[in-house]
Design a protein around this ligand. Structure first.
Ligand SMILES: O=C(O)C(=O)C[C@]1(C(=O)O)C=C[C@@H](O)C=C1
Length: 314
């Protein structure tokens, strides 16, 4: 139930009509008194919410790590859809992000390892935006160090660059996703995509990143998955894309890593939450030669489009 709505007293009538005190100083004081009252209400609600999270954590009903990106996305999408009025939606999400990071930290150690090869790389700013003021952020020079830190429990989540087609181009990064594909980090999955707030403020980081954590991705209602597999050396991008479509996988993006010789490592971003035993993975292999050993290396809740952060009509 929402907190009790403010009652209409003459003191809180902000529109300046006959019910408001005529004296401007008295009116200003009355409005500030009302803001103080609402701050208390908000603060009481926050403390109550934190106590309920504590109860949830102590209940033993939740299995696995505290951090649940799918649940967080559901909470934020719901609030975005119901939001009205002049308070900007990105600010509402920013406040909740701060709170959600804190309620994760309430439930156990929570530090984030972030790929940061050089000062000023966008991933650190994205991590701070996502994981709030209190979360320790550990800068790592290589993607391998990030994966190592999360796999060893030195950090509970890792922030890595978006996979790209030409990882050896100048300024690009290494294909870290190969380690997940080869099963070298069996406990880790990709679980989120940053930023969640896709409407970027002036000066905000334009980078995008993926989050890995020791969590089995959960459905949020609107998800994308990463399916990694091998394709024959000679297979073209178009052929691989056709095979994915024929298997019933809605292709959103395809990254290819061509070693000097041997099969091409492929990473497909596809619609929905694909589970390890999904029939479509078998169909992908059965469709003929060329494709082998598909594995799901993670999934994330789709961040709302920019339009979801624009003001709602009154
Ligand atoms: O729902 C949970 O599992 C919680 O721990 C609660 C909560 C929250 O504050 O709403 C906290 C952390 C999770 O990442 C998701 C949600």
């Amino acid at each position: 139930m929402p907190p009790e709505a403010p009652t209409d007293t003459p003191e809180r009538n902000a529109s300046g009509d006959a019910a408001a005190p005529a004296d401007p100083a008295a009116r200003l004081a009355a409005l500030r008194a009302e803001i103080d009252r609402l701050d208390d209400l908000l603060h009481d609600t926050l403390m109550l919410r934190a106590a309920i999270v504590g109860e949830l954590a102590a209940s033993g009903l939740k299995r696995g790590p505290p951090y649940r990106p799918a649940r967080e996305a559901q909470i934020l999408r719901r609030l975005l859809a119901r939001h009205r009025g002049r308070l900007p939606k990105p600010a509402v999400v920013g406040m909740w992000r701060e709170m959600l990071a804190a309620t994760v930290a309430m439930q156990g150690p929570f530090a984030v390892a972030v790929w940061n090869p050089e000062p000023g790389a966008g991933a650190v700013a994205l991590a701070r935006e996502q994981f709030g003021t209190v979360t320790p952020i550990r800068w790592m020079r290589s993607t391998a160090q990030v994966l190592h830190a999360v796999a060893e429990g030195e950090a509970q989540a890792g922030v890595l660059p978006l996979p790209a087609d030409d990882p050896y181009a100048e300024g690009a990064h290494d294909p870290w996703w190969l380690a997940l594909m080869r099963g070298e980090r069996p406990a880790l999955s990709v679980v989120a995509r940053l930023p969640f707030v896709t409407l970027r403020a002036e000066g905000a980081s334009r980078a995008a990143a993926l989050v890995v954590a020791p969590i089995v991705p959960e459905p949020s209602g609107d998800d994308r998955s990463l399916v990694a597999f091998h394709a024959d050396e000679g297979a073209s991008r178009a052929r691989i894309a056709d095979r994915l479509s024929a298997a019933g996988l809605g292709l959103r993006g395809l990254v290819l890593h061509r070693p000097e010789r041997g099969p091409v490592a492929c990473l497909a971003e596809v619609d929905g939450l694909v589970e390890a035993d999904d029939r479509r993975l078998a169909a992908l292999v059965e469709g003929g030669a060329a494709i082998a050993a598909p594995v799901v290396i993670g999934a994330w809740p789709v961040p709302p489009p920019e339009s979801a952060f624009l003001p709602s009509p009154e």
